[in-house]
Every structure is written in C-alpha cells, then in structure tokens.
Write a protein that binds this ligand. Structure first.
Ligand SMILES: NC(=O)c1ccc[n+]([C@@H]2O[C@H](COP(=O)([O-])OP(=O)(O)OC[C@H]3O[C@@H](n4cnc5c(N)ncnc54)[C@H](OP(=O)(O)O)[C@@H]3O)[C@@H](O)[C@H]2O)c1
Length: 316
C-alpha cells in the first residue's frame, strides 16, 4: 500500500530541533548507525540520539576527523567506510555482522553536493554512486543486522525538484551538470526508501525519506562563496537567509522519522519539517513538498533492480 503524502499534524515543524522531537523518547539499549554522523546534520542527529540514550555507530571516510568531532560525545564509535568504494562498504558491513550486534535505526545521512564531475568505481557518476549506490549496498549488506521494527531513513532533499532519474544516461556520459547530478541522486534516495518500505512491509524494515530543510553546513563546500548570495542562501551580510534552519533543526526530521510512533503505518513516506510532506505545488525548494517522480512505485522498483545489478547486492 502506498502512503499518501498528507501532513499528519504532528505538533512539530520547521523550527523543531532534534532534541525537541525526542522529548519523552528513551533510546537506551538501542543502536543507531548514522552515515555522515560526524559533520553537519549527521553530527547533530548523532548527538541528539546519544542524548536520548542510544549507542551510535558512525562510519567515516575520514575516521580521524570523525573521532575528533565525536571526542566529547559518549556512546559513539567510528569505523572506516567510504561509500564511493563498494569493497569498503562490504568490509564495514561484514565486520558489523561478525560483531553479532543489531541495528534499530539506520540514517543514511552522508552525501556530497554539486561536485565537479567525478567518476568512482567503474566510471560511475559520483553523486549517484556515493549518495545512492553506496547506501543501497550498505543497507542490503546490513540486512541481517536490522532488528525487528528497525527503521531506515534516507536523507533526500528538495533538490529532487530538479531531476527525475535520467534513465537513458544516469552516469552523465554527456552533458554533466553538478546540480542535476545532485538532484538525481536525491530522487534516488527517496525512491530507495519507497521501495525498501514496500519490500519491508511484512517483516521490516520500515523506511522513510526526509528533506532536512536548507542549512549551511560543509555540504556547500563545492559551491564558490560568490554564488551563495546569488542562490539566495545568505544575506548580503553573509548570514543564513530567511527560511534556513540551524543544524539542530536540520537534523530534526531524520531523527523524528527514525523514532516517531506516528509514522509506524506510513512506510515509504517522504517527510519534511517533522511531518509527512504534501505533494509539491511549487518549484520553490524552500517551501518543498514531494514531486510526483519520487512517489512513483514503478520507478522505485526499476531503480532497485538497476541498483542491484550495478552493485551486485540484493538482500531483500
Ligand atoms: N545542508 C542542507 O541544506 C541539506 C539540504 C537537503 C539535503 N541535505 C542532505 O543532508 C545530508 C547531510 O548533509 P550535511 O549538510 O550534513 O553535509 P555535510 O556536513 O557535508 O555532511 C556530509 C557527510 O557525508 C560524508 N561523506 C561524503 N562522502 C562520503 C563517502 N564517500 N563516504 C562516506 N561518507 C561520506 C562526509 O564526510 P567527509 O566530511 O569526510 O567528507 C560528511 O560527514 C546529505 O545527504 C545532504 O544531501 C542537506
């Protein structure tokens, strides 16, 4: 059954923080995995989950940097993982499975945005490979470790507004565009959650996609500062523009989707501002919403098959 993209009226909103949405929720005894959990939104999600009692595994492509970022955060552990390298994903997952531990929450938060054209693995476009295929392989390889009732959160973006999946040229063999490449990968994140929710409908996991909002973090590092004003990200004084969130607010929707009892029966929903997002009736990404191509179950199924062929993994 497809979840309707309709607001629930959760009592939370754009201003809510990750701590707000965890009020009254005790995660003691649970284990979460947060990719990108040492920077920007992932770091705030990790901190909030830990404050609520969870133990958090943080895979990192720069483990020393991650150790430093999490030095004062208890109940966290860092392990090497490069989502651009499927062998690294396999090694990380195998080690975790060998540990015999289980995961209650997986937040696929790592990502890159607007990079210059970059090829990884067998010539794959980097946004699609890192943001989507790496997470696809990771969750599939970790399937046996997912606890009953586990939730998998794909951190997508209103960036999906700019592109459906480019079925005829996913890897930009021609006409590379850094924004379209990012957009396609974020559409892929949302479709991944949609199909995973479908596959997990009987025996889990639950899966959801989220748009965190617009937040200044290291994600924007590939965009020259001169463009920030032009893009409406900052005021002429260099302050975040109206409508931008703080990182703690930006982490809230993923943490909410990972824990809210309200979402239990809404598998596959695409969420923003700590609620299910409405269908988009605008092209304004600050307003957001869900474009039709991220809620198309046939596209989600097709992308799953393709991702499985490309990565050689399919555990569901
Ligand atoms: N910030 C926003 O306004 C916004 C809006 C919509 C959606 N999002 C989404 O939110 C997520 C988090 O973004 P953020 O703003 O928190 O960005 P961020 O601060 O740059 O964090 C991204 C994280 O992903 C990690 N990462 C990148 N490539 C990796 C790889 N190959 N293997 C493993 N880890 C890798 C980075 O590690 P390194 O530090 O080692 O590079 C970093 O820890 C992203 O998926 C992004 O698309 C953000």
């Amino acid at each position: 059954m497809i979840t309707e993209q309709r607001r629930l009226g959760t009592g939370f909103g754009a201003q809510s923080t990750a701590d707000d949405v965890l009020t009254g929720i005790n995660l003691t005894g649970t284990t979460a995995l947060v990719t990108g959990g040492y920077s920007g939104l992932g770091l705030e999600a990790t901190r909030a989950l830990v404050r609520a009692g969870a133990h958090v595994i943080v895979p990192a492509r720069r483990p020393a940097t991650a150790e430093e970022a999490l030095r004062t955060t208890p109940r966290t552990e860092v392990h090497p993982l490069d989502l651009a390298d499927l062998e690294s994903v396999r090694v990380f997952a195998d080690r975790f499975l060998e540990s015999g531990r289980t995961l209650d929450i997986v937040i696929n938060g790592a990502g890159v945005m607007a990079c210059p054209e970059t090829r990884v693995g067998p010539g794959w476009e980097a946004h699609f490979a890192i943001n989507h295929l790496g997470h696809f392989a990771l969750v599939n390889r970790l399937r046996a470790a997912l606890a009953p009732g586990a939730r998998v959160i794909a951190v997508a973006s209103a960036g999906h507004f700019l592109s459906d999946i480019r079925w005829e040229d996913i890897h930009f063999r021609t006409g590379y565009d850094r924004w379209l490449a990012y957009a396609q990968s974020k559409t892929a994140n949302a479709l991944f959650a949609l199909h995973l929710a479908h596959l997990g409908a009987e025996s889990g996991p639950h899966a959801f996609a989220v748009h965190p909002g617009s937040i200044l973090t290291p994600l924007q590092r590939h965009v020259p500062r001169a463009e920030w004003l032009e893009l409406g990200w900052v005021t002429p004084d260099g302050e975040p523009a109206d409508g931008f969130k703080t990182p703690r607010q930006g982490a809230a929707t993923a943490v909410w989707a990972a824990t809210s009892p309200l979402l239990e029966t809404h598998g596959g929903a695409y969420c923003q501002d700590c609620d299910i997002a409405e269908p988009a009736d605008t092209d304004d990404m600050l307003i957001g919403g869900a474009k039709p191509w991220i809620t198309d179950p046939r596209a989600a199924s097709r992308l799953w098959e393709l991702s499985s062929e490309l990565t050689g993994v399919n555990a569901f």
